[in-house]
Write a protein that binds this ligand. Sequence first.
Ligand code: ADP
Length: 454
Amino acid sequence: MQTIRKKLSILFVTCSIIAILLIILFVNITINNKFDKYMIDIQNKRYEGIVSYFREVYRRDGKWTDSSGIELMHEAYMNNYCLALLDKNERYVWGMNPDNIRNNTHINTMFKSNKGIYNSKRFSIKLNGEVVGYVDIGQYSPILLSEDDVNFKKSINRSIIVSGIIALTVTAAISLYFSRQFSIPIREVANMSENFSKGNFNMKFDSESNIEELEILIKSINVLGKKLKYQDMLRKRLISDISHEIRTPLNVLQNNLEAMMDNVLPVTTDRLNYLNEEVIRFGKLLNNLDILKEFESEGIKLNFERTSLDELVKDVCKDFYMAAENKNIELYYNIEPDKDYIIMADKDKLKQVFINLISNALKFTKKDGKISIDLYSGNKNIIVKIKDNGIGIKKEDLPFIFERLYRGDRSRNQTVGNGIGLTVVKNILQLHSASIDVESEEGKGTVFSVFFNK
Ligand code: ADP
């Protein structure tokens, strides 16, 4: 198995090598072709120069002699070509021996394979439109190159190869860098998910990626980690809450029963009643868990019907007047008049929502407090606000109050409760496509806002 980094590096480098080799090949072929063309042009110019030189000699002398243009022989010898002068009847006036230049050490031919094959071209010398003679120019290669020409060609080829090698090194370095950009986040994400599978949710991937898909991957693994951590914390809390709820009545039962068996405490009706209450409390906990199970199972059936929300809220409030009076708490409701509060709802279940919210408000509001219930209609929603000036909710408890069996520490110590009221509220509202919000300040009070779609 190969790492993604190795795979990507190999891919990048292979592509770069192919691209660079192709570029080198094309540049080389193009430059060589151009250079050859340039050298052929120069050679043609030389041929023209030789012919016109002989023409001038003939114009000057009016005839061909053994020494006509013989001074060109030295230059021809030095530049590796052979000259032969012929009169108009194509009879040799004078000529160089091709063997003399065959073994010249300064011979450079462009086409090594052609070395040794002597080629000669015949050019006519014309004066006033009349052919007065011929010159043969022969050489051992199609193009003659000087030492400088060859060096120039070699240096160009060397530069192309060197720039190819530099380009390859640079692309290899860049591809290594870029493959790291891919491989590091992917390896890190793989590492994190492995840790998650081992139950270690405290990991966070801090660095960012400028590759969109990888950035999304990093963000989602971070969100996943957060959610798993949150769920893990809730699970632990749920277990500790349940064991706490069970242990308290069990301890009371066990201690009292043992004391009675050891005759430390007399068996009285009062004591038996007290113990029975603990058993009932214990049973209540199991009932509550059953209620939760019912709401959290998907198969729950709701009996939707046209419901006047204002009537429903009014009815629930009426049921609490007595309890509020007993605690000397002012309970009143405000319903914005002339509005339509008809919604489709399961009346009994929805009543349970407001019963739970108002009973919480009563439970967590001290004597002489104030509870108000407001019902009004917004643009898109019907809103019910349950506001109290009670003990409020600690900031750190706020995110958890809708979780199963969650109870704020203060309420756990001071008031009766089971921590499922708000979970049930949330579940019922979800089934009605409604939502709930809470704002609270410790010591000042709490506002629960319920939003129903119109
Ligand atoms: P319970 O009331 O049985 O404890 P709930 O699920 O109804 O369970 O509420 C969860 C927690 O939310 C309570 O324990 C309490 O800490 C907090 N809470 C709910 N309503 C209020 C309120 N009106 N004022 C202050 N705290 C509240």
